[in-house]
Design a binder for this molecule. Structure first.
Ligand code: SF4
Ligand code: SF4
Length: 70
């Protein structure tokens, strides 16, 4: 089974590399000027790549919402 990974919309990616810089898990890499999420990468699900992307090319379907429970 593949690990949960960020989804990258190649049509929106401008190859700025910000997501690669922010990712501390080595999941994201540049290939021919476009970012790629490597299968088998150890994504830490931090969602920082989605936050820094200026074009909205990355989405993190695994986003976890933590709620305070009274
Ligand atoms: S969610 Fe975090 S660990 Fe996973 S690819 Fe994005 S920046 Fe890297
Ligand atoms: S931050 Fe967004 S536009 Fe920049 S390389 Fe990553 S996916 Fe592409």
């Amino acid at each position: 089974m593949n690990a949960l990974m960020p989804l990258i919309d190649s049509a929106k990616c401008q190859g700025c590399g910000l997501c690669v810089e922010i990712c501390t898990c080595g999941v994201l890499t540049m290939v021919d000027g476009m970012v790629t999420a490597r299968n088998g990468g150890k994504c830490g699900w931090c969602t920082m790549c989605e936050l820094v992307c200026p074009t909205g090319a990355i989405s993190c379907p695994f986003e976890i919402v933590i709620e305070d429970i009274d």
